[in-house]
Design a binder for this molecule. Structure first.
Ligand SMILES: Cc1ncc(COP(=O)(O)O)c(C=O)c1O
Length: 355
């Protein structure tokens, strides 16, 4: 198959080695005589997949047994539900940093369960910069939720802000993209379909202390404690999805976070430099310190030029470059698996483009 140059925001490009291993497993998984698609979720082989993946998560994050590692269904948005259900008690308040579309969605979901308030917001500026992290917080917050990388607007927190209340991070679009102090969090989570595998799978990593603060009774599927008790196989697991995440984790370990970070910085610099020096394209995020290494958003001078450039990209087998409707223009998602050559091809096209 002739592969396209893929800048999709998620589901996004997967490394060829991972695609190869995953397709081999679809035909035959180890010596089981079964396809991975037929593998029972309570089989020894799947329990081994869970164990190895949990070990790799802890190793890559530099955390230990004080954190529970869960593979859950429902991607990112399921966590928007489970977090307030589990950790926002009636009469309590949770703080949310409203730095982008998904951060806002998490806040809106939380209001179904209790008092969730925006502690800071850049919504009025269409999230084109990060909001100022609040210097002080209201007392007694159940937790503070923030989104480390804003996938749609293309902003990213490059240092972990301080919080007195337990800090919960949505890391769906930048997990394992650079060195990171995961031990600062009471919980972090990610939808898998960007740096960690395929859609529908959610990774949740929760400090054991946080699990002491469960707010209410709820059906087991939605309860972190029940999921921990059943070690992510409470119901029929997404065996294939979790296996692809394990392949991604092996790939990340093999390459090393330092190498991945260096490459991500190189790709992002190449693209931002091309945009900043262009007379046709303009970056959505002007504040350089707020720019995302993962999602690079930019516009062209006129809607006509945007149409022309989009058609040119299609003609050159570049896909997934159209910006989200709330920002317009273009978005190149350059997650870990997107090779430098893809960015070079895009930059070449942009540099030569005069409309
Ligand atoms: C940062 C972030 N959080 C949450 C989500 C929602 O994930 P899902 O579609 O798996 O619910 C996304 C989706 O792109 C995202 O980028």
């Amino acid at each position: 198959m002739q592969r396209k140059i893929n800048f999709n925001a998620g589901p996004s490009e997967l490394p060829p080695e991972v695609l190869h291993e995953a397709s081999k497993a679809v035909r035959k998984y180890n010596n089981t005589g079964l396809s991975i698609l037929e593998l029972p979720h309570r089989s020894k082989d799947f329990l081994d997949i869970i164990e190895e993946s949990k070990g790799l998560i802890r190793e890559l994050c530099g955390i230990g047994a004080e954190y529970e590692v869960l593979w859950l269904h429902g991607g990112g948005r399921m966590q928007f539900c489970m977090i307030p259900m589990n950790f926002l008690p009636e009469g309590g308040t949770a703080g949310y940093i409203d730095s982008g579309h998904w951060a806002n969605e998490a806040l809106v979901y939380a209001t179904s369960y209790g008092n969730a308030v925006a502690l800071a917001s850049s919504k009025d500026d269409n999230y084109s910069h990060l909001p100022v992290w609040p210097a002080t917080q209201p007392k007694g917050l159940a937790y503070v939720h923030f989104t480390t990388n804003n996938t749609i607007a293309g902003t990213q927190w490059h240092t972990i802000p301080k919080s007195k209340a337990p800090l919960i991070a949505d890391m769906s679009s930048d997990i394992f993209s650079q060195k990171h102090d995961y031990s600062k969090y009471s919980m972090f989570y990610a939808a898998a379909q960007k740096n960690l595998g395929v859609a529908g799978v959610g990774l949740a990593v929760i400090h054991k202390d946080m699990l002491k603060h469960v707010a209410r009774e709820m059906p087991p599927m939605l309860s972190y404690k029940a999921q921990v008790k059943e070690d992510s196989i409470l119901n029929t697991s997404n065996v294939f999805g979790v296996y692809v995440s394990l392949l991604m984790l092996r790939w990340i370990k093999e390459r090393g976070i330092d190498t991945i970070e260096a490459e991500n910085k190189q790709k992002a610099k190449l693209l931002y430099d091309a945009i900043d020096s262009s007379s046709v394209f303009t970056a959505h995020v002007k504040e350089k310190a707020h720019r995302s290494l993962m999602n690079v958003c930019f516009t062209a001078n006129t809607p006509e030029l945007e149409k022309l450039f989009l058609a040119l990209c299609e003609d050159r087998d570049i896909t997934g470059i159209k910006g989200h409707r709330s920002v317009g223009g273009f978005r190149a998602s350059i997650y870990n698996a997107v090779p430098l050559e893809s960015v070079e091809r895009l930059v070449e096209l942009m540099t030569g483009f005069k409309g």
